[in-house]
Write a protein that binds this ligand. Structure first.
Ligand code: N01
Length: 541
């Protein structure tokens, strides 16, 4: 440890990033304190306990790859695991590697300031403690800051309110209740079928319909599990250099290069397999509007086939943006739910919610009365959780001020004027456009490799060069602009938060391509980063 600081590293967050960071930092001999605002480990899977919550990446892939024995030992009960199983896994990892003893729960980091004399971070928590740390690492997740829209009369409503991303830890019993769900993103689409079975009456308020593909989830079979575990390390290698950090079967031909019958046949096959692989039906679905239309139209036909009431089916059909440009949803019986007697859909695309009153929700001057309202209204993604800490870099520059026109990072990992501050899967890295756990491992490994290299060379400060950062920021946009993604009002674009700058935040160039860029930068003496020597190293010269 450097003598002038209390600890080598402070980490914020004990989700999948924080846990792996702690494991690696400890192994590398860096003293570390981890602060977690929740009462236990798991991050997003600790908070998102809503009924129906599960991961839409296959569990054999959405899991750590750093320890062969761990991945061999752990058994996933289903192909796509439910939230309780993923949380149990996070706890298993924490216990297996004895991580909890170094995590301080129920503590929030409120502020951090880079001290130019100390060349280290001064970090303040909500308990009033101030800690000096050489390195400060934000492992706060990309989709962690819940968003309840500022609807008029919100505080007038006297019934129960819930947000899917901040769900109570005790079981909520909706039986006999009339309930509302506002929002039809992944969280709404996963919870609605389960809630409909519990509640007496469920009303869904939909502003924008979503494309959703059936997960075709099933219990894990021994055969399928073995097919992965027998070759796990080879599969993981492949995943690390793949487009999305997971193994999907991409049909590498353009959609319009085959005839209509062949296209339909393939979509039907992929629909039956289920999951996000549907978007891999052809290689140009996210870059060619005409190709995209064919896939979008297929989904619309499926919705009309499943939903019996014609008017409801029409309202559920997405038309205002290309398929895949808002995060594709994966469901279990979502569209079928609208055939239930106790489920009603209210289209608020043209006539938005006017206000909340004591009894419920008013739309088009009509009162809909509810015992409970569930907000499935999403998150201030990518930047929200970073801005929750008041971060000030060189010269007292606030990160929020530097990023007021959008996040500016080098590789989504660091930002100029904020030395020794790392962001795990920050904006400008593949992050949410990838299998998060694989991207987390890559970023954590990169940080550890950097800190070890600095320790060997007697360096104590690292910061990106502004020019390299600017080029990266431009590159991220340039790659996004070659796709259809900017056409949607998505949270990828910051469009769900009033006043948030509109630009595509994740890096869409591919997980493998991104990894190769990082490797090339490291091999070229950390091109685009600048370093300073520690006082001890200077004194020793
Ligand atoms: O949030 P969302 P989410 N009035 O932002 C609506 C991940 N995730 O929590 O589209 C009325 O997608 C809003 O309408 P619109 C995944 O990456 C993963 O569902 O803005 N409605 C939309 O329908 C996902 O993408 C899993 O017009 C309002 C909804 O609320 C991300 O988390 C599971 C409104 C918000 O949808 C976020 O998903 C769950 C208003 N004022 C989540 N404001 C997995 O399977 C917003 N809405 C791994």
């Amino acid at each position: 440890m450097m003598k002038n600081v209390d600890v080598d590293v402070v980490v914020v967050g004990a989700g999948f990033s924080g846990l792996y960071l702690l494991y690696r930092l400890r192994e590398a001999g860096f003293s570390t304190r981890v602060f977690e605002r929740g009462g236990d480990v798991g991050g997003t899977w600790y908070w998102n306990r809503y009924p129906g919550a599960r991961c839409d990446v296959e569990s054999l892939q959405y899991s750590y790859s750093f320890d062969e024995q761990l991945q061999q030992d752990w058994h996933w009960p289903e192909k796509f695991s439910a939230q309780p199983d993923i949380l149990a896994y996070a706890n298993h990892v924490a216990d297996r590697f004895n991580l909890k003893k170094d995590i301080e729960f129920n503590i929030e980091v409120k502020a951090s300031r880079f001290d130019e004399n100390l060349k280290a971070w001064k970090i303040t928590t909500n308990t009033g403690e101030e800690i000096d740390a050489q390195y400060f690492i934000m492992a706060t997740g990309c989709i962690s800051t819940t968003q309840i829209p500022n609807i008029k009369g919100l505080s007038d409503y006297v019934g129960n309110t819930f947000h899917t991303g901040d769900w109570p830890h005790e079981e909520v019993d909706f039986s006999g209740q009339s309930i509302a769900v506002i929002g039809t993103g992944s969280s709404g689409i996963q919870s609605i079928p389960v809630l409909a079975k519990q509640a007496k009456k469920l009303t869904v308020f939909q502003r924008t319909p979503n494309y959703s593909i059936p997960s075709q989830n099933e219990p894990m079979t021994k055969k399928y599990e073995r097919s992965w575990k027998d070759v796990y390390s080879e599969r993981r290698k492949e995943m690390r250099y793949s487009a999305h950090g997971s193994l999907k079967d991409l049909n590498d031909v353009p959609a319009l290069s085959v005839d209509e019958d062949q296209r339909q046949e393939l979509y039907t096959k992929r629909w039956a397999i289920g999951g996000t692989g549907f978007l891999g039906s052809f290689n140009d679905l996210l870059t060619n509007a005409d190709a995209n239309y064919t896939a979008a139209e297929y989904v619309r036909q499926q919705i009309k086939r499943v939903v019996k009431d014609k008017e409801t089916a029409e309202i559920l059909c997405p038309r205002s943006y290309p398929i895949g440009t808002k995060r594709i949803c994966i469901d279990t019986g979502y569209f079928e739910t609208y055939n239930r007697e106790n489920v009603k859909l209210v289209d608020i695309s043209k006539k938005p919610i006017q206000r909340l009153v004591a009894d419920g929700i008013i739309v088009d001057d009509q009162l809909y009365a509810f015992d409970s309202i569930i907000f499935a209204t999403g998150f201030d993604a990518m930047t929200g959780s970073i801005f929750n800490v008041d971060i000030k870099g060189r010269g007292g520059l606030a990160l929020k001020e530097k990023w007021n026109a959008g996040p500016k990072t080098y590789l989504g990992l660091m930002s100029a004027s904020f030395p020794n501050l790392f962001m795990i899967t920050g904006p400008g890295s593949p992050s949410v456009k990838s299998n998060m756990i694989m991207s987390i491992e890559q970023h954590v490994d990169l940080v550890i490799e950097t800190l070890l290299s600095m320790r060997r060379k007697g360096l104590s400060v690292v910061e990106p060069e502004l020019e390299a950062e600017n080029k990266w920021v431009d590159h991220v946009q340039e790659v996004a602009n070659k796709t259809l993604f900017p056409q949607a009002n998505s949270w990828y674009m910051g469009a769900n938060i009033p006043g948030k700058p509109r630009l595509f935040m994740p890096y869409i160039g591919g997980v493998g391509a991104y990894r190769e860029i990082c490797e090339e930068i490291v091999a070229n003496n950390y091109r685009g980063f600048k370093f300073e020597k520690s006082k001890q190293a200077i004194a020793a010269e």
